[in-house]
Design a protein around this ligand. Structure first.
Ligand code: FAD
Length: 636
């Protein structure tokens, strides 16, 4: 973590200096007339977007929520490793790691073949494969997650806070103007002026308003899909039980009483149960059946027989029948029409699926992590508004894959066991499918197609483990200036900046005239360099593209004093030298980044990473022209 760049300030470094002229949010202040971005909904999707935009006080953002405050319990709880990597960029991954349950193993229980009325453990699977991510898969209550984003927003230069009790009821788009063309109608949902309406004009609107999204309806999009026709109950409880795996994630199938999913939760005592309840008729909703919490507890006790549970407190419970559905586009532009979008939908507003694979919050946040930096680039005038077209292109493909995988997983979870599985002669299909899904459920299987934002794989062989289109896979390094062991990926913050990592060839120790020197000098001074071309006068040299290098020697074999000036830039109001740009391989046995990520030791390479942490390009260290051309396609 770096701070005091613009001068020493006491207190928590998480609290950034407030920007002048920000909106007055006193209780009696009216809503603004115009904003750059209006976000509807303070679920994970909306808050993840707001937290990114809040770092840019010059962008006026409003986030509205029809409820009077943040939720306090319930809803989703699974955070996969990819989302944890993203939390690192927001600065709260360590906090999350400290207070959450880590899913290390998943246990599978099935009817005991010798006594099918009893369940028996049939297998365990390591939940996060070795080196699939440096982060754990964790479980946390959704309300707490919201608080972490709300803290980031409140401590940001914008001091952004939601406008609670304001419900979006509709919007119109004036295609004849570029001056705040979207007019949003908001209804006061508070007790005082209930029902009164106001309008706010926005340049962009993002509907993060859940499965019944008003924004989605206003732009004429529909969720298409199928109903699950199966009622599920979810319950967070404090209970005593003789079931031995209660502190492990468990998938339990009983012979005749149905299925149960156990998810241990933060704090060591509370756990969540998902119980498969009755099949529903096609025209029926789970709410029509009068299930009670006692029905759920009784069903759970029948499923875990011969074990039992004694419930001391029901923290939260809900019955639902979520199907699988998706909209055909995630923005307001009709198919075949050639214009840039103004309104977007994200999260449950554009895709719904069962919670059994634990993807709900994750995919919703990844949607807006994809959109956030694009909005920042466009609103700062760094990219053409056409950049925003890529949001639907990139996320729709991923959402389709999510819905398909979730469909398959739901079928496997509710399929009856075969005789071979029951006798133990064949590994149960549920375990096989679970193993096959691990990369998907970890969120690391996402791969975007080649486009002007993801280069072709011409030079992929230079870094086989940093695949273009997939997220940058972090690995251990040592920071040369202070010999600190750390993860290279943790230098990336949610700050809408691009990153260029130069991996030096074996013989390059950065003596003057070396390949790294030549690249650094070209990047710093050549008129064709993307850093020179796309950084504005007066901005820090790393304001748009953050350049870093990794060497193969140990830190004490490198002459820090010989490092090129671009790797020790002077930035900020005081022009202080940045000592956090030069790294080397960690030689203490935790892993060598060149070996771990398949980086060519003899030649080295350049890896270009997007602000949302996806690898956009892999190039040779002298691939100057290609580097220029790539950034020229994205940035003005
Ligand atoms: C009751 C319930 C239980 C769930 N349980 C689980 C679970 O057990 N496991 C799991 O993985 N997932 C669960 N989910 C789904 C999971 O919570 C979502 O996938 C995830 O929260 C999606 O995030 P989101 O930001 O897209 O939408 P949401 O979290 O739904 O957030 C939408 C927000 O928009 C607000 N809003 C809605 N309409 C308007 C409007 N017109 N104007 C302003 N604000 C509006 C809502 O009040 C809400 O705060 C559950 C969802 C619900 C509703």
């Amino acid at each position: 973590m770096q701070f005091y760049k613009d001068g020493f300030r006491g207190g928590s470094p998480d609290i950034k200096p407030a920007a002048p002229n920000r909106r007055n949010r006193d209780i009696n202040e009216p809503l603004p007339e115009k904003v750059d971005v209006l976000i509807s909904g303070t679920g994970p999707a909306g808050l993840c977007l707001a937290a990114q935009l809040a770092e840019f006080p010059e962008i006026e953002v409003m986030i509205t929520e029809r409820m009077p405050s943040n939720i306090i319990k319930g809803k989703a709880d699974g955070i996969n490793t990819r989302t944890m990597e993203m939390f690192q960029a927001f600065g709260f991954a360590d906090k999350v790691k400290r207070e959450t349950y880590w899913v290390n193993q998943t246990a599978f229980w099935m009817p005991d073949p010798t006594n099918p009325e009893h369940i028996k453990r049939v297998g365990r699977v390591q939940d996060v494969a070795d080196d699939s991510s440096e982060m754990p898969h964790i479980l946390i209550n959704q309300a707490r997650l919201h608080e972490l984003f709300l803290e980031v927003m409140k401590n940001s230069p914008s001091r952004l806070e939601p406008d609670y009790s304001w419900e979006v009821v509709g919007l119109t788009i004036d295609e004849t103007t570029d001056d705040h063309p979207v007019t949003v109608t908001l209804r006061d949902a508070s007790g005082l002026n209930w029902g009164a309406t106001r309008t706010v004009r926005a340049n962009y609107v993002v509907g993060c308003d859940g499965a019944h999204s008003a924004v989605r309806k206003a732009i004429g999009r529909e969720l298409q899909g199928d109903a699950a026709n199966q009622a599920w109950g979810v319950m967070d409880i404090l209970a005593n039980t003789d079931f031995p795996d209660v502190r492990q994630k468990c998938l339990i199938s009983s012979a005749s009483e149905g299925n149960l999913l156990i998810l241990p939760r933060e704090g060591g005592y509370v756990f969540r149960m998902y119980v498969a309840l009755d099949k529903l008729r096609p025209d029926e909703k789970a709410a029509h059946r009068k299930f009670t919490q006692d029905d759920m507890i009784a069903a759970a006790n029948r499923i875990i027989h011969p074990y039992s549970m004694d419930v001391k407190e029901v923290v939260w419970w809900s019955i639902y029948d979520i199907g699988h559905s998706i909209t055909d586009r995630f923005d307001d532009v009709p198919e075949g029409v050639d214009r840039d979008p103004r309104v977007f939908i994200a999260g449950d507003a554009c895709h719904t699926h069962s919670p059994k694979a634990g993807q709900g919050m994750n995919v919703s946040m990844q949607d807006t992590f994809n959109l956030g930096w694009k909005l920042v680039h466009v609103l700062q005038g760094r990219a053409n508004p056409s950049l925003l077209r890529s949001y639907t292109q990139e996320r729709l493909t991923e959402a389709k894959r999510l819905v398909e995988t979730d469909h398959k997983w739901s079928r496997v979870m509710s399929a009856p066991t075969t005789q071979a599985e029951r006798d133990g002669t064949q590994e149960p299909r549920i375990i096989r499918q679970f193993k096959d899904n691990l990369e998907f459920t970890g969120g690391t299987a996402v791969k975007y197609d080649t486009s002007y934002l993801f280069a072709a794989s011409t030079h992929q062989a230079l870094a086989t483990g940093e695949e273009i289109g997939r997220r940058f896979h972090s690995a251990p390094v040592v920071r040369v200036s202070d010999a600190k062991q750390m993860q290279l990926g943790h230098v990336a913050q949610a700050d809408a900046r691009w990153r260029i990592y130069a991996f030096a060839a074996k013989t390059d120790s950065s003596s003057p005239g070396s390949t790294i020197h030549k690249l650094s000098d070209w990047l710093e001074t050549n008129p064709d360099s993307p850093i020179v071309k796309h950084t504005r006068k007066g901005e820090d040299i790393d304001a748009v593209i953050d350049y870093r290098a990794v060497f193969q020697q140990t830190f004490d074999q490198l002459a820090y004093e010989h490092m090129p000036s671009l790797l020790k830039p002077k930035t900020g109001k005081l022009g202080l030298q940045d000592h956090a740009k030069v790294f080397c391989v960690d030689h203490k046995g935790v892993g060598d980044i060149f070996d771990m990520r398949g980086i060519n030791r003899d030649k080295g390479c350049i890896v270009v990473v997007r602000p949302d942490q996806y690898v956009a390009h892999v190039l040779p260290l002298d691939g100057y022209d290609e580097l220029t051309a790539f950034f020229a396609g994205v940035l003005k």
